[in-house]
Design a protein around this ligand. Structure first.
Ligand code: ARG
Length: 389
């Protein structure tokens, strides 16, 4: 019999996919990834079995997600099209890595997923799978099956006793992990319309937040966050804490029209309080400790790095080579940044580092100034020389 490892979320699509794949002659092994989406995995596991899965693997991948995906992306200052901190995109190669691992363990020749034919995630999962094991074959039920609407799927689920939550029609498509949340569809497809306040799940709107600012100090060690307000914490705790604090000050919202891989423009809103705070602080620290050439060059690398993540090319040679460069840049990125949170904004207002390249005696306009102003004259003449007409 053909065997498939299916990336299973517990939702309607992947639950119907189990039954659909069985009817196509597959034995279905489900893989459930815990990336900090905060769900009841016990329940999801039971649901997979009830829907007809032969076996279920559930794995807590949070630590690996943080150390091997989030940390490199943070060191790179990776942000797609200036707004999206890539939470979903970063999770996909990790999920695919385990789909491949389970497929090997189970001697399955197929992997499957519940992505549609229009999105980025199908590309990320399949390209990663192909890089890690080109012999594995892919089945994407949502690209093939006959259901035309959610209602038809629900009917199918009822008919075959597939357990699903259909309390009320969910207005949005949501993807969540510990690095952030992506929300699309429904009313958000109307570009002229401001997202309704109740679409947001992690952050408060500006009218609900405090009238006083909050200051948060984040310390980094070689580009990796290590402390919040002087207290040493594990990165997982830092992310949880900043999601909480940032969210309560409305930090980390983004309303985006983005360019998808498949050529479509789509409207999506994002919430990423911790990611936004850490990105802001990390960049600020770099501006203090990296010299001008390196800082400017690294900006170009950031852009490319974000593209590679978005495009599903995490396991590419280029990404690995860029990691080598980025790691080198981080050896001086230690210090503390003070952030100010207020009504949805997050700005760096204080910075300190033992590797700071800021020299007050040079930049000051006060009487301690040691900069030799007379040197500027010769510098300017020589600097401008090649451009004279
Ligand atoms: N547009 C984002 C990306 O491609 C998020 C995709 C998942 N979004 C969702 N709402 N289900 O990474």
């Amino acid at each position: 019999m053909k065997k498939i490892v299916l990336a299973y979320s517990g939702g309607l699509d992947t639950s119907c996919a189990i039954k659909w794949l069985k009817d196509k002659g597959f034995e279905v092994v489900c893989f459930i990834a815990d990336l900090g989406q905060g769900e009841d995995f016990q329940k999801i596991e039971e649901r997979a079995l009830a829907a007809g899965a032969l076996k279920v693997y559930a794995k807590d991948l949070q630590e690996e997600f943080i150390s091997d995906f989030i940390v490199p992306a943070l060191k790179a200052n990776a942000i797609y099209e200036g707004k999206y901190l890539l939470a979903t995109a970063l999770g996909r190669p990790l999920i695919a890595k385990y789909l491949v691992e389970v497929a090997h363990k189970e001697k399955a020749e197929y992997v499957g997923h519940g992505c549609t034919g229009k999105g980025n995630d199908q590309v990320r999962l399949e390209v990663t799978t192909a890089i890690l094991d080109p012999k594995l074959k892919i089945v994407a039920p949502l690209r093939e099956w006959e259901f035309k609407s959610r209602e038809e799927e629900i009917e199918y689920a009822h008919l075959h006793n597939i357990p699903i939550d259909v309390t009320k029609k969910k207005p949005y498509s949501i993807d969540r992990n510990l690095w952030g949340l992506a929300i699309e569809a429904g009313i958000l497809e109307n570009l002229e319309q401001e997202p309704p306040e109740d679409a947001y799940l992690m952050t408060k709107g500006p009218t609900g937040t405090s009238s006083y600012p909050k200051y948060v100090e984040v310390a980094f060690e070689k580009g990796v966050p290590t402390k919040v307000d002087g207290k040493a914490l594990k990165l997982k705790q830092i992310i949880a804490l900043l999601n909480e604090v940032g969210g309560s000050y409305g930090v980390g919202r983004a309303d985006v029209v983005e360019n998808r891989l498949v050529g479509i423009k789509s409207r999506e809103i994002y919430e990423a309080p911790a990611a936004t705070m850490l990105y802001t602080a990390h960049r600020e620290l770099e501006s203090l400790v990296l010299d001008r050439d390196l800082a400017h060059f690294k900006e170009m690398i950031s852009l490319k790095y974000a593209e590679l993540i978005y495009y599903g090319l995490w396991y590419s040679q280029l990404k690995e080579a860029l990691d080598g460069f980025i790691d080198k840049t981080q050896k001086r990125v230690s210090g503390t940044i003070k952030l100010k949170l207020f009504k949805g904004s997050c700005v760096a207002v204080g910075r300190k580092s033992a590797h700071s390249l800021y020299k007050k005696e040079l930049s000051t306009y006060g009487k301690e100034d040691t900069f030799d102003h007379k040197l500027a004259d010769g510098f300017i003449k020589i600097w401008g020389m090649p451009y004279k007409r």
